[in-house]
Design a protein around this ligand. Structure first.
Ligand SMILES: [Zn+2]
Length: 387
């Protein structure tokens, strides 16, 4: 069989495709209006909708789903919100801005088999209707997930940077990025369970509320993905170890989001070190098995990534921050602690560790004094030479 082309289309984009659904394979059983309304309800409340199957630009399976959307957009029936019993039935034209946005952001999956001969089409049609097309693992996880968790995963995978990060990978199975994120979340939260088997935990994590508030989690996960792309860019991680490396980097970066700035400043060296350590990080193992799914091994891989980024995080603690500068200006004499040069504003002076950082002096306000740039250079030269 040809390679299946998987599309994810909004309802309106699906209609624009104008797939031919008046084909002889179609069951002519008309759906009741109630079923049309339910299809719209699944879109609006983000319930699982089976993929539409296309071959030779004709609909093999999904005519009623397409019809329902067409008729709804044309104002031929009303949607009843099943989740909210107090709501009134609504035509598409009655939608408020929020409802329009939800409708436009919803998607349907299309499996396009491309050009195949008629015999194959008929056989495919028969097999689908025998229920022989099975959902893959990630589709199962999402189908069984709490609605808010399903929406959460879908929103995360809309992040452009995760698409860029996984772009180089062969596109041979469905829902790869969804699975990747489910896996990362499982590692993140597995400490709060009493299992160490990430694969097992990832099968049930979405069935219950996640242990963190979704809006906050969404911000942090997106920030982590963005940080990953800032540092990894288009580095090609070998396909075989891609997920293993991806999840370890994800967790290491997630834990160190507070040091984002200094990590990005050192992106080149970090990228180089991660790339050249891949073999070591995955422990020379390829191809799955217990070493990939047990938390003991996963923690070890995360630790190796943290080893790589640690030196760049230390540097951050070396400097006084903005708040310290303001504090110093408000609390210390406005003159150089070495040469007594008087400062008229904050930009003329520099923050100095009284006991040098290089000698173990801490970045604390009690160890802070103001120096003029000349004295600061003199002092740092002196200690650099001693080292
Ligand atoms: Zn001075």
């Amino acid at each position: 069989m040809n390679k299946i082309n998987i599309l994810e289309l909004s309802p309106i984009d699906l209609i624009k495709k104008r797939y031919n659904y008046d084909t002889k394979y179609q069951r002519d059983v008309a759906w009741a209006k109630k079923n049309w309304s339910l299809l719209i309800d699944s879109l609006m409340n983000d319930y699982f909708i089976p993929p539409i199957l296309i071959a030779n630009n004709e609909v093999i399976d999904g005519k009623q789903r397409i019809l329902a959307i067409e008729k709804f957009i044309n104002g031929e029936f009303k949607w009843k919100n099943v989740v909210d019993e107090t709501s009134k039935e609504k035509y598409f034209s009655d939608f408020n801005d929020n409802e329009k946005a939800i409708f436009n952001l919803s998607t349907l999956k299309i499996f396009d088999l491309g050009k195949i001969n008629e015999e194959k089409v008929i056989e495919t049609f028969i097999r689908i209707n025998n229920g022989s097309i099975k959902l893959n693992k990630a589709e199962m996880k999402l189908a069984e997930a709490l609605p808010e968790n399903r929406v959460f995963i879908k929103e995360i995978t809309k992040n452009e940077n995760i698409k860029l990060l996984t772009n180089g990978k062969k596109n041979d199975s469905r829902f790869k990025n969804e699975d990747l994120i489910i896996r990362c979340l499982s590692i993140l939260f597995i400490n709060q369970t009493n299992t160490k088997d990430v694969r097992n935990y990832s099968n049930r994590i979405l069935k219950e509320s996640l242990p963190e508030e979704l809006e906050k989690l969404k911000i942090k996960v997106n920030e982590t993905i963005d940080l990953m792309y800032s540092i990894l860019k288009n580095t090609t991680i070998p396909i075989k170890s891609f997920n293993t490396i991806f999840e370890a980097i994800f967790i290491a970066f997630y834990k160190n989001l507070g040091h984002k700035k200094s990590l990005i400043e050192n992106e080149e060296i970090i990228r180089f070190q991660i790339y050249t350590s891949i073999e070591e990080i995955i422990g020379g193992q390829m191809g799955g098995g217990i070493k990939f799914d047990s938390m003991d091994y996963i923690s070890e891989r995360i630790r190796k990534i943290e080893e790589i980024i640690k030196p760049f995080i230390k540097d951050l603690k070396r400097s006084y921050n903005y708040d310290d500068r303001i504090w110093a200006w408000n609390n210390l004499p406005h003159k150089c602690a070495e040469c007594d040069l008087v400062f008229s504003n904050l930009n003329e002076c520099q923050m100095d560790h009284i006991k040098p950082w290089i000698k173990g002096g801490k970045t604390e306000r009690s160890n802070l004094q103001l120096l003029c740039p000349t004295c600061n250079i003199k002092k740092s030269d002196k200690f650099q030479k001693l080292n």
